[in-house]
Ligand binder design. Structure first.
Ligand code: SF4
Length: 320
């Protein structure tokens, strides 16, 4: 477990809005702030459409932020020249959700993995081959896989190729954008274990985006929960699973399937009824108000601000 407080990535009031038609804005990320400490894994969870992937991609600079800032080692990552952005991509990499779509089917595995090495002109000839073999070893693939094409591999192996590609230029920070969602359950744990092992070996820092709370538990030091563009709860992993405070987090956790059928039957599942409001020009107030059983008058009009309600436990809810 992580025991340092050095901040590697700082996200300050980040917003990413997309124009829809002439006058409307889809507020995918709408004022999110958090830090990611050096060597930690911060899990980011929420239902599909909550803005977690947009948040990850805006942090990486793949989308321009509408407002707010992201700092990497204290340096802003937005508003940079193309040259400075390229230098920054050496430190920050991304593993994509879909290992089928994210690998170019016409390139060999070796060329896919070495894409970053070639762009940054880090190694050539024999040195490039040595580095490629190191990377294949790191992710548990064989050297002879380098000359094959992506279609010859299973989903889990393709995700290992995606991980090797992300590691090629020795990044310090990796956004793992739902890296296991497209994989069979039996393979998911293998990929998560590989990511944990690589983190220990290489001292990596992860932002791990997922909608599956049970898998996030195994990899994350802290977990942030997003709902319709807002961060609603952020705390240490063990706190979140033992004592979730936000009504939305409680509902998400109650929906995790239990392996023990007796316990599963006795567990109170919280059903979320009510409409999910549109992220296009949302009305003021708590965005969870349409589905919350604890709502009060104020929840309809005043957006709750995220605040520390217990030590290192942040919640955005008028109940606290
Ligand atoms: Fe429910 Fe109100 Fe808390 Fe929102 S602010 S989660 S509506 S109690």
């Amino acid at each position: 477990m992580l025991d340092n407080n050095e901040v590697l990535v700082q996200v300050k009031d980040l917003k990413k809005h997309f124009k829809v038609g002439r006058k409307q804005n889809l507020k995918a990320v709408d004022g999110v702030s958090f830090d990611i400490k050096l060597g930690e894994t911060l899990g980011l969870v929420g239902e599909s459409g909550c803005g977690k992937t947009t948040c990850g991609r805006t942090i990486m600079g793949l989308y321009d932020a509408t407002a707010g800032e992201v700092f990497f080692k204290g340096e802003t990552i937005h508003k940079k020249s193309a040259k400075d952005k390229l230098a920054l991509t050496k430190k920050m990499q991304i593993i994509f959700q879909d290992p089928y779509a994210s690998l170019n089917p016409r390139m060999t595995v070796g060329d896919i993995i070495c894409e970053g090495i070639d762009i940054h002109d880090l190694y050539r000839g024999k040195e490039r081959t040595i580095r490629l073999h190191e990377l294949l070893d790191l992710v548990g693939l064989n050297h002879e896989h380098a000359s094959r094409f992506p279609h010859e591999f299973s989903g889990g192996q393709r995700q290992r190729i995606g991980i090797a590609r992300a590691l090629a230029i020795e990044p310090e920070f990796i956004v793992c954008d739902e890296p296991i969602s497209a994989l069979d359950v039996s393979i998911q744990a293998q990929v998560v274990n590989l990511l944990i092992q690589l983190q220990e070996q290489l001292g990596l820092t992860y932002l791990f985006i997922a909608h599956d709370l049970s898998m996030v538990k195994h990899i994350s030091d802290r977990v942030g929960v997003m709902y319709l563009g807002h961060m609603v709860e952020l705390t240490k992993s063990e706190n979140l699973y033992k004592k979730p405070l936000h009504p939305y987090t409680q509902a998400l956790l109650s929906a995790i399937p239990e392996p023990d059928p007796d316990y599963s039957q006795s567990k109170n599942r919280i059903h979320l009824d009510g409409e999910i409001p549109s992220p296009i020009n949302p009305s003021p107030g708590c965005r969870f108000v349409t589905r919350c059983s604890y709502k009060k008058e104020v929840c309809h009009f005043v957006t709750p601000v995220i605040k520390e309600v217990e030590k290192e436990h942040f919640v955005a809810c008028h109940l606290f």
